[in-house]
Design a protein around this ligand. Structure first.
Ligand code: ATP
Ligand code: MG
Length: 398
Protein backbone atom coordinates (compact mmCIF):
# COMPACT_ATOMS: atom_id res chain seq x y z
CA UNK A 1 0.00 0.00 0.00
CA UNK A 2 1.60 3.29 -1.02
CA UNK A 3 0.41 6.59 0.33
CA UNK A 4 2.12 9.87 1.11
CA UNK A 5 4.60 10.31 3.91
CA UNK A 6 2.60 13.14 5.52
CA UNK A 7 -0.49 10.88 5.85
CA UNK A 8 1.68 8.15 7.34
CA UNK A 9 3.15 10.68 9.82
CA UNK A 10 -0.34 11.69 10.98
CA UNK A 11 -1.37 8.07 11.49
CA UNK A 12 1.90 7.32 13.33
CA UNK A 13 1.45 10.21 15.72
CA UNK A 14 -2.15 9.21 16.53
CA UNK A 15 -1.06 5.62 17.14
CA UNK A 16 1.90 6.67 19.27
CA UNK A 17 -0.60 8.45 21.55
CA UNK A 18 -2.39 5.16 22.15
CA UNK A 19 -5.21 5.64 19.59
CA UNK A 20 -5.89 3.71 16.43
CA UNK A 21 -5.91 5.46 13.05
CA UNK A 22 -6.44 4.41 9.45
CA UNK A 23 -6.50 5.71 5.93
CA UNK A 24 -10.16 5.32 4.92
CA UNK A 25 -12.96 5.83 2.43
CA UNK A 26 -12.59 7.14 -1.11
CA UNK A 27 -8.89 7.77 -0.72
CA UNK A 28 -8.23 4.11 0.16
CA UNK A 29 -10.49 2.99 -2.70
CA UNK A 30 -8.45 5.08 -5.12
CA UNK A 31 -5.13 3.81 -3.74
CA UNK A 32 -6.36 0.21 -4.28
CA UNK A 33 -7.34 1.13 -7.85
CA UNK A 34 -3.96 2.72 -8.53
CA UNK A 35 -5.57 6.16 -9.01
CA UNK A 36 -4.09 9.20 -7.22
CA UNK A 37 -6.78 10.35 -4.72
CA UNK A 38 -7.42 14.09 -4.77
CA UNK A 39 -7.37 14.15 -0.99
CA UNK A 40 -6.69 11.76 1.89
CA UNK A 41 -9.02 10.92 4.74
CA UNK A 42 -7.87 9.54 8.05
CA UNK A 43 -10.24 8.03 10.61
CA UNK A 44 -9.26 7.65 14.23
CA UNK A 45 -10.47 6.60 17.66
CA UNK A 46 -9.11 9.92 19.03
CA UNK A 47 -11.76 12.47 19.95
CA UNK A 48 -11.52 15.76 18.02
CA UNK A 49 -10.16 17.69 21.03
CA UNK A 50 -7.36 15.18 21.37
CA UNK A 51 -6.53 15.41 17.66
CA UNK A 52 -6.43 19.20 17.95
CA UNK A 53 -4.03 18.96 20.90
CA UNK A 54 -1.84 16.31 19.24
CA UNK A 55 -1.30 18.46 16.17
CA UNK A 56 -1.05 21.82 17.91
CA UNK A 57 2.37 22.33 16.31
CA UNK A 58 0.75 22.26 12.86
CA UNK A 59 -1.97 24.28 11.24
CA UNK A 60 -5.29 22.64 12.10
CA UNK A 61 -8.68 23.80 10.89
CA UNK A 62 -11.82 22.93 12.85
CA UNK A 63 -13.66 21.92 9.67
CA UNK A 64 -16.63 20.13 11.16
CA UNK A 65 -15.71 19.60 14.73
CA UNK A 66 -19.31 18.78 15.74
CA UNK A 67 -19.17 15.85 13.32
CA UNK A 68 -15.69 14.94 14.50
CA UNK A 69 -13.70 16.31 11.57
CA UNK A 70 -10.59 18.47 11.79
CA UNK A 71 -8.27 19.23 8.89
CA UNK A 72 -4.56 18.94 9.56
CA UNK A 73 -2.40 20.87 7.12
CA UNK A 74 0.69 18.77 6.74
CA UNK A 75 3.44 19.68 4.25
CA UNK A 76 1.00 22.21 2.80
CA UNK A 77 -1.56 19.48 2.07
CA UNK A 78 -4.90 19.20 3.88
CA UNK A 79 -5.66 15.84 5.48
CA UNK A 80 -9.11 15.35 7.03
CA UNK A 81 -8.97 13.54 10.33
CA UNK A 82 -12.35 12.29 11.56
CA UNK A 83 -13.24 10.50 14.76
CA UNK A 84 -14.90 7.06 14.36
CA UNK A 85 -18.55 7.92 14.13
CA UNK A 86 -21.98 6.39 14.04
CA UNK A 87 -24.85 8.35 12.55
CA UNK A 88 -28.09 8.60 14.50
CA UNK A 89 -31.55 8.30 12.98
CA UNK A 90 -32.20 10.00 9.66
CA UNK A 91 -35.44 11.93 9.90
CA UNK A 92 -35.56 13.81 6.61
CA UNK A 93 -33.52 11.68 4.16
CA UNK A 94 -30.74 14.23 4.38
CA UNK A 95 -29.20 14.71 7.79
CA UNK A 96 -28.67 12.31 10.65
CA UNK A 97 -30.49 13.82 13.63
CA UNK A 98 -27.36 13.25 15.68
CA UNK A 99 -23.92 11.76 15.42
CA UNK A 100 -22.05 9.96 18.13
CA UNK A 101 -18.48 8.77 18.42
CA UNK A 102 -17.41 5.18 18.84
CA UNK A 103 -14.12 3.43 19.47
CA UNK A 104 -14.80 0.65 16.94
CA UNK A 105 -13.65 1.12 13.37
CA UNK A 106 -16.20 -1.45 12.13
CA UNK A 107 -19.06 0.73 13.35
CA UNK A 108 -17.64 3.71 11.51
CA UNK A 109 -17.33 1.70 8.29
CA UNK A 110 -20.94 0.53 8.57
CA UNK A 111 -22.29 4.11 8.25
CA UNK A 112 -20.53 4.60 4.90
CA UNK A 113 -22.38 4.41 1.61
CA UNK A 114 -20.78 1.77 -0.62
CA UNK A 115 -18.58 -1.24 0.08
CA UNK A 116 -15.72 0.20 -1.99
CA UNK A 117 -15.86 3.30 0.24
CA UNK A 118 -16.15 1.32 3.48
CA UNK A 119 -12.63 -0.01 3.98
CA UNK A 120 -9.81 1.15 6.24
CA UNK A 121 -6.10 0.40 6.28
CA UNK A 122 -3.28 0.83 8.73
CA UNK A 123 0.14 -0.77 8.75
CA UNK A 124 -0.53 -2.13 12.20
CA UNK A 125 -3.88 -3.79 11.42
CA UNK A 126 -3.72 -4.21 7.66
CA UNK A 127 -6.92 -3.97 5.63
CA UNK A 128 -10.20 -3.73 7.57
CA UNK A 129 -12.88 -4.72 5.08
CA UNK A 130 -16.01 -6.10 6.75
CA UNK A 131 -18.29 -5.66 3.69
CA UNK A 132 -16.18 -7.16 0.93
CA UNK A 133 -15.12 -3.85 -0.58
CA UNK A 134 -11.84 -5.13 -2.00
CA UNK A 135 -13.67 -7.93 -3.88
CA UNK A 136 -16.08 -5.33 -5.24
CA UNK A 137 -13.12 -3.17 -6.33
CA UNK A 138 -11.76 -6.20 -8.22
CA UNK A 139 -15.16 -7.02 -9.72
CA UNK A 140 -15.76 -3.33 -10.38
CA UNK A 141 -19.07 -3.11 -8.57
CA UNK A 142 -20.85 -0.35 -6.63
CA UNK A 143 -22.77 -2.08 -3.83
CA UNK A 144 -24.57 -0.45 -0.91
CA UNK A 145 -23.36 -1.27 2.59
CA UNK A 146 -26.26 -3.14 4.17
CA UNK A 147 -29.84 -2.89 2.89
CA UNK A 148 -29.90 -0.60 -0.17
CA UNK A 149 -33.43 0.71 0.40
CA UNK A 150 -32.67 1.55 3.99
CA UNK A 151 -29.44 3.31 3.04
CA UNK A 152 -30.97 5.30 0.18
CA UNK A 153 -33.95 6.33 2.25
CA UNK A 154 -31.62 7.60 4.98
CA UNK A 155 -29.84 9.80 2.45
CA UNK A 156 -31.03 10.03 -1.14
CA UNK A 157 -27.90 11.87 -2.24
CA UNK A 158 -26.27 8.42 -2.17
CA UNK A 159 -28.34 7.61 -5.29
CA UNK A 160 -26.59 10.39 -7.18
CA UNK A 161 -23.26 9.27 -5.73
CA UNK A 162 -23.83 5.71 -6.99
CA UNK A 163 -24.34 6.95 -10.55
CA UNK A 164 -21.43 9.37 -10.20
CA UNK A 165 -19.05 6.62 -9.03
CA UNK A 166 -20.24 4.43 -11.92
CA UNK A 167 -19.36 7.29 -14.28
CA UNK A 168 -15.99 7.97 -12.65
CA UNK A 169 -14.77 4.42 -12.19
CA UNK A 170 -16.60 2.56 -14.97
CA UNK A 171 -18.13 0.26 -12.32
CA UNK A 172 -21.52 -1.49 -12.59
CA UNK A 173 -24.16 -0.74 -9.98
CA UNK A 174 -25.04 -4.09 -8.37
CA UNK A 175 -28.61 -5.16 -9.12
CA UNK A 176 -30.13 -4.89 -5.63
CA UNK A 177 -28.41 -1.58 -5.12
CA UNK A 178 -29.84 -0.32 -8.40
CA UNK A 179 -33.32 -1.54 -7.47
CA UNK A 180 -33.00 0.23 -4.11
CA UNK A 181 -31.99 3.41 -5.90
CA UNK A 182 -35.03 3.23 -8.18
CA UNK A 183 -37.35 2.54 -5.25
CA UNK A 184 -36.00 5.52 -3.28
CA UNK A 185 -35.49 7.99 -6.13
CA UNK A 186 -38.39 10.19 -4.95
CA UNK A 187 -36.19 11.06 -1.97
CA UNK A 188 -34.07 13.16 -4.32
CA UNK A 189 -36.81 15.77 -4.07
CA UNK A 190 -35.64 16.41 -0.51
CA UNK A 191 -32.00 16.91 -1.43
CA UNK A 192 -30.54 20.40 -1.88
CA UNK A 193 -30.44 21.20 -5.58
CA UNK A 194 -26.83 22.34 -5.50
CA UNK A 195 -25.73 18.95 -4.17
CA UNK A 196 -27.59 17.19 -6.98
CA UNK A 197 -26.11 19.66 -9.46
CA UNK A 198 -22.60 19.16 -8.21
CA UNK A 199 -22.85 15.34 -8.35
CA UNK A 200 -24.44 15.50 -11.80
CA UNK A 201 -21.73 17.76 -13.21
CA UNK A 202 -19.06 15.45 -11.84
CA UNK A 203 -20.94 12.57 -13.48
CA UNK A 204 -21.21 14.07 -16.95
CA UNK A 205 -17.56 15.13 -16.98
CA UNK A 206 -16.32 11.66 -15.99
CA UNK A 207 -14.75 9.07 -18.31
CA UNK A 208 -17.72 6.67 -18.23
CA UNK A 209 -20.41 9.35 -18.43
CA UNK A 210 -22.20 7.52 -21.23
CA UNK A 211 -22.84 4.33 -19.20
CA UNK A 212 -24.03 6.28 -16.20
CA UNK A 213 -26.32 8.59 -18.20
CA UNK A 214 -27.84 5.65 -20.08
CA UNK A 215 -28.50 3.95 -16.76
CA UNK A 216 -30.09 7.10 -15.34
CA UNK A 217 -32.38 7.26 -18.37
CA UNK A 218 -33.22 3.56 -18.25
CA UNK A 219 -34.13 3.77 -14.55
CA UNK A 220 -35.87 7.14 -15.01
CA UNK A 221 -33.85 8.65 -12.15
CA UNK A 222 -32.81 11.30 -14.68
CA UNK A 223 -36.16 13.06 -14.21
CA UNK A 224 -35.09 14.21 -10.75
CA UNK A 225 -32.22 16.01 -12.44
CA UNK A 226 -33.54 17.19 -15.83
CA UNK A 227 -37.28 17.27 -15.21
CA UNK A 228 -39.33 16.65 -18.37
CA UNK A 229 -36.45 17.24 -20.77
CA UNK A 230 -35.69 13.94 -22.49
CA UNK A 231 -32.30 12.85 -23.75
CA UNK A 232 -31.70 10.15 -26.35
CA UNK A 233 -28.80 7.73 -26.70
CA UNK A 234 -27.69 9.66 -29.76
CA UNK A 235 -27.46 12.86 -27.72
CA UNK A 236 -25.64 11.05 -24.89
CA UNK A 237 -23.04 9.89 -27.43
CA UNK A 238 -22.55 13.49 -28.49
CA UNK A 239 -22.18 14.62 -24.86
CA UNK A 240 -19.58 11.94 -24.18
CA UNK A 241 -17.64 13.03 -27.28
CA UNK A 242 -17.22 16.58 -26.00
CA UNK A 243 -14.26 17.85 -23.95
CA UNK A 244 -14.59 16.48 -20.41
CA UNK A 245 -15.43 19.84 -18.84
CA UNK A 246 -18.60 21.29 -17.39
CA UNK A 247 -19.34 23.96 -20.03
CA UNK A 248 -19.01 21.88 -23.23
CA UNK A 249 -20.79 18.87 -21.75
CA UNK A 250 -23.66 20.86 -20.24
CA UNK A 251 -23.99 22.74 -23.53
CA UNK A 252 -24.15 19.49 -25.49
CA UNK A 253 -26.62 17.94 -23.06
CA UNK A 254 -28.99 20.89 -23.39
CA UNK A 255 -28.64 21.61 -27.11
CA UNK A 256 -32.01 19.96 -27.87
CA UNK A 257 -33.87 22.07 -25.31
CA UNK A 258 -35.39 25.44 -26.09
CA UNK A 259 -33.57 28.39 -24.53
CA UNK A 260 -36.00 28.79 -21.65
CA UNK A 261 -35.92 25.11 -20.70
CA UNK A 262 -32.12 25.06 -20.88
CA UNK A 263 -31.91 28.15 -18.68
CA UNK A 264 -34.34 26.63 -16.17
CA UNK A 265 -32.42 23.36 -15.98
CA UNK A 266 -29.09 25.13 -15.43
CA UNK A 267 -30.69 27.28 -12.74
CA UNK A 268 -32.25 24.19 -11.18
CA UNK A 269 -28.83 22.56 -10.96
CA UNK A 270 -27.54 25.76 -9.28
CA UNK A 271 -24.88 26.20 -11.94
CA UNK A 272 -22.61 29.22 -11.58
CA UNK A 273 -23.24 32.18 -13.88
CA UNK A 274 -20.08 31.24 -15.78
CA UNK A 275 -21.32 27.68 -16.32
CA UNK A 276 -24.76 28.93 -17.35
CA UNK A 277 -23.47 31.55 -19.76
CA UNK A 278 -20.99 29.11 -21.27
CA UNK A 279 -23.39 26.19 -21.62
CA UNK A 280 -26.04 28.38 -23.26
CA UNK A 281 -23.44 29.84 -25.64
CA UNK A 282 -22.35 26.33 -26.63
CA UNK A 283 -25.92 25.06 -27.05
CA UNK A 284 -27.02 28.05 -29.14
CA UNK A 285 -23.73 28.45 -31.02
CA UNK A 286 -23.90 24.84 -32.16
CA UNK A 287 -26.70 25.84 -34.52
CA UNK A 288 -24.28 28.02 -36.54
CA UNK A 289 -23.01 26.15 -39.55
CA UNK A 290 -19.25 26.67 -39.80
CA UNK A 291 -17.96 26.09 -43.32
CA UNK A 292 -15.63 29.01 -43.88
CA UNK A 293 -13.25 31.21 -41.94
CA UNK A 294 -15.88 33.92 -42.05
CA UNK A 295 -18.48 31.62 -40.45
CA UNK A 296 -15.96 30.74 -37.77
CA UNK A 297 -15.36 34.39 -36.98
CA UNK A 298 -19.10 35.02 -36.78
CA UNK A 299 -19.40 32.16 -34.33
CA UNK A 300 -16.56 33.60 -32.25
CA UNK A 301 -18.16 37.02 -32.22
CA UNK A 302 -21.37 35.47 -30.87
CA UNK A 303 -19.98 32.98 -28.40
CA UNK A 304 -16.54 34.37 -27.49
CA UNK A 305 -14.22 31.92 -25.75
CA UNK A 306 -16.83 29.15 -26.00
CA UNK A 307 -16.69 29.13 -29.81
CA UNK A 308 -14.41 26.09 -30.18
CA UNK A 309 -16.79 24.03 -28.00
CA UNK A 310 -19.79 25.23 -30.00
CA UNK A 311 -17.97 24.41 -33.23
CA UNK A 312 -17.13 20.92 -32.05
CA UNK A 313 -20.74 20.39 -31.01
CA UNK A 314 -22.02 21.65 -34.36
CA UNK A 315 -19.69 19.12 -36.03
CA UNK A 316 -21.01 16.27 -33.89
CA UNK A 317 -24.59 17.35 -34.67
CA UNK A 318 -23.66 17.58 -38.36
CA UNK A 319 -24.75 21.20 -38.49
CA UNK A 320 -21.18 21.94 -39.60
CA UNK A 321 -18.91 19.77 -41.65
CA UNK A 322 -15.83 18.12 -40.16
CA UNK A 323 -13.03 20.54 -39.35
CA UNK A 324 -15.25 23.30 -37.98
CA UNK A 325 -13.61 23.16 -34.57
CA UNK A 326 -10.11 23.45 -36.02
CA UNK A 327 -11.16 26.28 -38.27
CA UNK A 328 -12.65 28.09 -35.29
CA UNK A 329 -9.57 27.60 -33.13
CA UNK A 330 -7.40 28.95 -35.96
CA UNK A 331 -9.61 32.03 -36.33
CA UNK A 332 -9.22 32.98 -32.71
CA UNK A 333 -6.24 35.12 -33.62
CA UNK A 334 -8.48 37.48 -35.57
CA UNK A 335 -10.52 40.11 -33.74
CA UNK A 336 -13.85 39.03 -32.40
CA UNK A 337 -14.69 41.78 -29.96
CA UNK A 338 -14.68 45.57 -30.37
CA UNK A 339 -11.83 45.76 -27.85
CA UNK A 340 -9.58 43.94 -30.30
CA UNK A 341 -10.19 46.46 -33.10
CA UNK A 342 -7.27 48.63 -34.22
CA UNK A 343 -9.44 51.66 -33.43
CA UNK A 344 -11.21 52.72 -30.25
CA UNK A 345 -13.94 55.03 -29.00
CA UNK A 346 -11.53 57.89 -28.38
CA UNK A 347 -10.43 57.95 -32.02
CA UNK A 348 -14.09 57.85 -33.08
CA UNK A 349 -14.87 60.77 -30.74
CA UNK A 350 -12.00 62.64 -32.44
CA UNK A 351 -13.85 62.03 -35.72
CA UNK A 352 -16.91 63.70 -34.25
CA UNK A 353 -18.87 60.66 -33.06
CA UNK A 354 -21.01 61.24 -29.97
CA UNK A 355 -22.74 59.10 -27.33
CA UNK A 356 -24.43 55.97 -28.61
CA UNK A 357 -23.01 56.54 -32.07
CA UNK A 358 -19.60 55.45 -30.81
CA UNK A 359 -20.79 52.00 -29.74
CA UNK A 360 -22.88 51.56 -32.87
CA UNK A 361 -19.96 52.54 -35.14
CA UNK A 362 -17.61 50.16 -33.30
CA UNK A 363 -20.07 47.31 -33.84
CA UNK A 364 -20.35 48.05 -37.55
CA UNK A 365 -16.56 48.20 -37.80
CA UNK A 366 -16.29 44.86 -36.05
CA UNK A 367 -18.76 43.31 -38.47
CA UNK A 368 -16.64 44.53 -41.34
CA UNK A 369 -13.44 43.19 -39.76
CA UNK A 370 -15.01 39.81 -39.03
CA UNK A 371 -15.81 39.52 -42.70
CA UNK A 372 -12.40 40.83 -43.80
CA UNK A 373 -9.74 40.62 -41.06
CA UNK A 374 -7.21 42.47 -43.26
CA UNK A 375 -9.21 45.70 -42.66
CA UNK A 376 -8.02 45.73 -39.05
CA UNK A 377 -5.43 48.52 -39.18
CA UNK A 378 -5.94 52.00 -37.86
CA UNK A 379 -5.82 54.10 -41.02
CA UNK A 380 -8.14 51.73 -42.92
CA UNK A 381 -10.59 51.72 -40.02
CA UNK A 382 -10.47 55.52 -39.68
CA UNK A 383 -11.43 55.85 -43.36
CA UNK A 384 -14.20 53.30 -42.93
CA UNK A 385 -15.38 54.95 -39.70
CA UNK A 386 -15.78 58.29 -41.48
CA UNK A 387 -18.12 56.67 -43.99
CA UNK A 388 -20.03 54.88 -41.26
CA UNK A 389 -20.43 58.09 -39.23
CA UNK A 390 -21.66 59.96 -42.28
CA UNK A 391 -24.23 57.28 -42.80
CA UNK A 392 -25.31 57.26 -39.15
CA UNK A 393 -25.64 61.08 -39.17
CA UNK A 394 -27.65 60.84 -42.37
CA UNK A 395 -30.04 58.32 -40.78
CA UNK A 396 -30.51 60.62 -37.81
CA UNK A 397 -31.39 63.59 -39.97
CA UNK A 398 -34.04 61.75 -41.99
P1 ATP B 1 -14.63 11.90 -3.91
O1 ATP B 1 -13.68 12.49 -2.93
O2 ATP B 1 -14.10 11.55 -5.21
O3 ATP B 1 -15.93 12.64 -3.96
P2 ATP B 1 -15.13 10.01 -1.85
O4 ATP B 1 -15.62 8.59 -1.84
O5 ATP B 1 -13.84 10.30 -1.19
O6 ATP B 1 -15.09 10.46 -3.36
P3 ATP B 1 -16.21 12.02 -0.12
O7 ATP B 1 -17.44 12.82 -0.32
O8 ATP B 1 -14.89 12.67 -0.11
O9 ATP B 1 -16.27 10.89 -1.25
O10 ATP B 1 -16.43 11.20 1.22
C1 ATP B 1 -15.43 10.44 1.86
C2 ATP B 1 -16.04 9.15 2.39
O11 ATP B 1 -17.10 9.44 3.29
C3 ATP B 1 -16.68 8.26 1.33
O12 ATP B 1 -15.74 7.43 0.69
C4 ATP B 1 -17.68 7.48 2.16
O13 ATP B 1 -17.05 6.46 2.87
C5 ATP B 1 -18.18 8.51 3.14
N1 ATP B 1 -19.36 9.23 2.63
C6 ATP B 1 -19.39 10.39 1.95
N2 ATP B 1 -20.64 10.78 1.67
C7 ATP B 1 -21.45 9.85 2.21
C8 ATP B 1 -22.86 9.67 2.26
N3 ATP B 1 -23.70 10.56 1.70
N4 ATP B 1 -23.33 8.58 2.91
C9 ATP B 1 -22.49 7.69 3.49
N5 ATP B 1 -21.16 7.79 3.46
C10 ATP B 1 -20.62 8.86 2.82
MG1 MG C 1 -12.88 12.27 -0.96
Amino acid sequence: MTYPENVRAIIDRLEASGESAYIVGGSLRDVLLGIAPHDYDVTTSALPEKTLALFSDMRVIETGIKHGTVTVISDGEPVEVTTFRVDGEYTDSRHPSSVSFTDRIEEDLARRDFTVNAMAYSERRGLVDPFGGSDDVKRRIIRAVGDPQERFSEDALRIMRAFRFAAQLGFEIEVNTLEGAIACAEGLKNIARERIGSEFIRLITSPYAKNALMLMVRTDVIKYVLGDYEITEELIDVVADMQAQDVPRLGALLCRADFETATDILGGLRCSSKQTKGALAVAVGAQVSVRSAEDARKLISRTGIYAPYAARLSEKLRVSSAGAELLTVRQQNTPCTVRELAINGKVLAGLGARGKQIGKALELLLEAVIEKPELNDESTLVALAEKILDKLNGEKNV
